[in-house]
Every structure is written in C-alpha cells, then in structure tokens.
Design a protein around this ligand. Structure first.
Ligand code: HPA
Length: 245
C-alpha cells in the first residue's frame, strides 16, 4: 500500500525522505505541478508531490488539480494525504495547531473541478456526503494521539479562490456558514480524488488567525511562514506514526 503525500505551502520537500527517483507523468489533463518523487520514508515507500511546484511558484487557482490527482492514481497510489496551510476561524484553531477536517464548503470558482465534464457516455454524480476518507481520518487521529500531538480532530474547511487573503466580512460570513478554517486548495482536490475513488484526507496546519479575528488588522505573511515552519515539524512527527499503521 503506497501513501502519496501532497505537500502544500511550507512543505515543498519532505524531511528524511530518501529519494529514489522523480517521475514526470504526462496526463490527459496536462502537466502535474512537478515530477512525482518516489522514495522511502521511515522504511516505507511513499510518493510525494509539491502542490505549488518544488519552487513554490504555482498559485492555488493555477494548480492543475486534475493532472495531480490523475498522475497519483496512474502511479497506483492507494491513499492521498494532503498537507495544507489554513487560517483558523474557530476558537480552538489557534496558529500552530494541526486539524483534520471532516467537511468542506466550496467557495472557489472557475477551476477545472471534475473528470466527468466531457466525453461521457452517461452523466456521473459522485456521492460526497462525507468528503474525506473515514479510514484515513481515523488513522490520522490515532497517529496524532500516539505521537502526543494535540490535534483538532474535525472541522469544516472553507475553500476560497485566492490568491488574495479574505476580507474580515468574508471571514464573518464563513464563520456563520459553519467554517472552522479557511484555505485555498481544499477544492477541487478532495472531490477529484473521490471521483477517481482514491481515499483522501487532509492534515491542515493552522498558519494564522483568519482575517479580522482576535483584533488582528492585517494578516502578515512573515508570521504565516514562521508558524508553518514549526507546524511542519509536527506534521513530520505525525507522518512517522502514520506510515507504520
Ligand atoms: N486564508 C486562506 N488561506 C490560508 C490562510 C488564510 O488566512 N492562511 C493559510 N492559508
């Protein structure tokens, strides 16, 4: 069983990954964000893909989500763990914490969001009641507990278009909608994985309080970057546990 990790902002490479080879996959949907890295992490085979490119140059609305997911399926990934930076909306989602969302609301627009848009012999509507894979979420929760990581075990991810951050009013609306975190890459990634029947879960790292919360007047990228550096150390600990389950 091979785990594929899609690394987001703050995780363009995986500490401790023994790289075996990099493979560029040409897909019917164009090029993925970069070559897929095949390697060994703590003795287990894994694949790794940097969502924004290895040089972090592809903004969230330009990521070729279809090519990324198709490529991982093509290479026989069995699970996808997405690592993503988010802004915290709920009280308990303070900067630095890890959170495993169980729901998502899509506020993105004009992204290529389906494999079932053309050349169909029949219209396809996937079930998406529970967008994240239950089994993989359960493993994440167990792994975090075993590693002594105080993760938030559920929450609703609000996926915004970006690349700009949100207004304070947009965050108030998202809070009223029931979002506990905000990020820019959760959709269509998770839906595309479901369309290809690839079990997918997200480990989100809270990088900052979302716009306008807790008396904040601006969201500082410098703060986001330093919080993510420490958050990713936790992600790495979590992966060590997850990989052996
Ligand atoms: N908003 C959207 N995406 C994000 C944020 C945010 O505040 N922080 C990290 N990714």
């Amino acid at each position: 069983m091979t785990l594929a990790i899609i690394g987001g902002t703050g995780l363009t490479s995986l500490n401790g990954l023994e790289i075996e080879r990099r493979e560029m996959v040409h897909t019917p949907y164009g090029e993925p964000s970069g070559p897929i890295t095949h390697g060994v992490l703590d003795g287990k085979p894994v694949m790794f893909l940097a969502r924004h490119g290895y040089g972090h140059t592809i903004p969230p609305h330009k990521v070729n989500y279809r090519a990324n997911i198709w490529a991982l399926k093509h290479l026989n990934a069995n699970w996808i763990l997405a690592v993503a930076a988010v802004g915290g909306i709920a009280e308990d989602l303070s900067p630095g914490r890890l959170v495993f969302p169980d729901q998502i609301i899509d506020y993105t627009w004009y992204r290529d969001h389906t494999f079932f848009g053309e050349n169909l012999s029949q219209v396809v509507h996937i079930d998406f009641t529970q967008p994240y894979d239950r089994g993989l979420r359960a493993l994440l929760i167990e792994s975090a507990r075993a590693a002594g990581i105080d993760a938030v075990e559920q929450g609703t991810y609000g996926a915004t278009q970006g690349p700009r951050l949100e207004t304070a009013a947009e965050i108030s609306r998202m809070a009223r909608d029931g979002c506990s975190m905000v990020g820019m890459t959760g959709m269509p990634e998770v839906a595309l994985a479901r369309e290809l029947e690839l079990p997918y879960a997200t480990c989100a790292v809270v990088a900052n309080w979302a716009a306008g919360l807790h008396g904040q007047t601006v969201v500082a990228m410098s703060e986001i970057e330093s919080t993510l550096r420490t958050g990713m150390t936790q992600v790495r600990k979590l992966l060590t546990e997850l990989i052996h389950r």
